[in-house]
Design a protein. Structure first.
Length: 156
């Protein structure tokens, strides 16, 4: 049987338990038609790039399927009928991906530093002072002496 990856987005205002219920109904359609679900991943509530049917967020769910084409068509028909499903996409793949998907691998990358955690910004390391720091001190003194000279000239 051919392999498929199917991702659907459910509305943001339904609960995670309801999303699981939706997933189970779609899995039931596949298994009744002789297919199997190799993997099922919930990507959680994620922000979308643009609004879809007045929703800014959605519950994302990935299904890896080993099923005949009519079973996949019936599952997609059920997704079209269901009001809670905003979008879906099913593609045929040569082989199913083992382990977590790319989205889940990105969530697990806790070893990299976050943007807010940039350490002490005052330490400039082996670099010297900035050019404008070197030039500004003598220039500031010169400006101050010129200003005082002008004031003395005006007061006379």
């Amino acid at each position: 049987m051919p392999y498929y990856e199917s991702v659907f987005i459910a509305r943001q205002d339904i609960s995670a338990a309801q999303v699981e219920g939706l997933t189970e109904t779609f899995e039931k359609v596949i298994t009744e038609a002789g297919g199997t679900i190799a993997k099922r991943e919930s990507w959680g509530l994620r922000t979308m790039a643009y609004k879809i049917k007045k929703n800014r967020k959605g519950h994302y769910m990935l299904l890896n399927l080993d099923a005949p084409a009519p079973a996949v068509h019936e599952m997609e028909r059920q997704m079209r009928i269901n009001e809670d499903v905003l979008r879906y996409m099913t593609i045929r793949v040569d082989e199913l991906e083992e382990g977590p998907s790319a989205i889940m691998r990105n969530k697990d990358r806790d070893d990299r530093p976050r943007r807010g955690d940039r350490g002490d910004r005052g330490d400039r390391g082996d670099r010297g002072p900035r050019r404008d720091d070197r030039d500004s001190a003598p220039k500031a003194e010169a400006d101050a002496s010129e200003a005082s000279d002008k004031k003395e000239g005006e007061s006379e």
